[in-house]
Design a protein around this ligand. Sequence first.
Ligand code: ADP
Ligand code: GN1
Ligand code: MG
Length: 357
Amino acid sequence: MLPMIASFPIVGTPLSCERYGSGHINETYLLKTDAPHDYILQKINHNIFKDVDGLMRNIAAVTSFLYEKTPDSRRVLTLVKTKEGKNYAQTENGEYFRLYEFVTDSICLDKVESKEDFYQSAVAFGQFQNQLAAFPADTLTETIPHFHDTIDRYRIFHEALEKDPLGRAASCQEEIAFALAHEEEGGSMVRMLREGKLPLRVTHNDTKLNNVMLDARERTPLCVIDLDTVMPGLAGNDFGDSIRFGANTAAEDEKDLSKVLFSLELFEAYAEGFLSACGSALTELEIATLPLGAKLMTLECGVRFLTDHLLGDTYFRIHRENHNLDRCRTQFKLIAEMEMQWAQMESAIEKIAAKYR
Ligand code: ADP
Ligand code: GN1
Ligand code: MG
């Protein structure tokens, strides 16, 4: 068993500690004990999160802020401090670990199983944003600078393309052309932010379905997890990233692109949940740009996967050859799908938002 477990005040005796979940960034372990009390142990990816101390300060501050409003460790992600009272443990070889209470009787979905589940995840992320509206944003460390700065993501993509260190560009010309054809539009929401047309809010920034826990029986929201990227951001990006992942009828890394379709039905279900929870707090332009948020989060993610493929898969964990290229392809296919249903997406948002103004 991993020796750093001894740094934490575990209730009961640890029985096993196995790799868990399907995140692309951190290394997650389920720590089981003989008490009715399990834990999630995570090795923090400090190649990606350079300022672990700042990152963990964010998480401690956000979770205690939420806990004050909802003092229930199933309903707020609960960090377990080390025996010395620190937010994380550091090993001799420079690795960083943190511990959370395992959210009991919960489910975490890698794929939408029903429209209702997706609706509930939208309520969870919408409420999360609403609850953090009063959080002092200026106290948050920017854990990954320019995280959803699509213009900057394109700058890095161009650099990768120029270097092409593994000679992979030749075999993904179609994807490169797609990315370039969408570059101008890709920067449009960042420009609206810079021009003061869209407001900055405290957002989650990684609103995948598997970053929310639902009650196993009721299938209603318990808590939002994976708080590494809670930072000032755009509401439309939080909405959009959920759509990117959840309104895709196939997995993010599906190889058979004929299975990758955009579900307008799931889009509407998510919009209903999200706007019911935070719609009244959003501006007209934020609401009007929700479909664009969905498209641009999908584009940005596709460009990030493509960049990582070109650079040799150093960011997103891969499990097979060309995994990041496969992921990029699903994202670009999804965009083409959205483009075909654009008018319906816009009118659905208009109709749903009218109910929650
Ligand atoms: P990553 O950044 O790598 O995605 P996450 O924090 O999302 O890491 O954790 C990976 C997975 O571990 C989640 O998708 C979820 O299945 C599980 N998980 C994380 N935290 C908890 C928790 N407190 N209780 C139960 N399961 C959890
Ligand atoms: C990563 O950590 P995880 O697997 O929830 C990534 C997101 C991407 C997502 C694509 C910190 O999320 O930005 O959208 O993969 N997180 C980080 O699946 O880069
Ligand atoms: Mg995650």
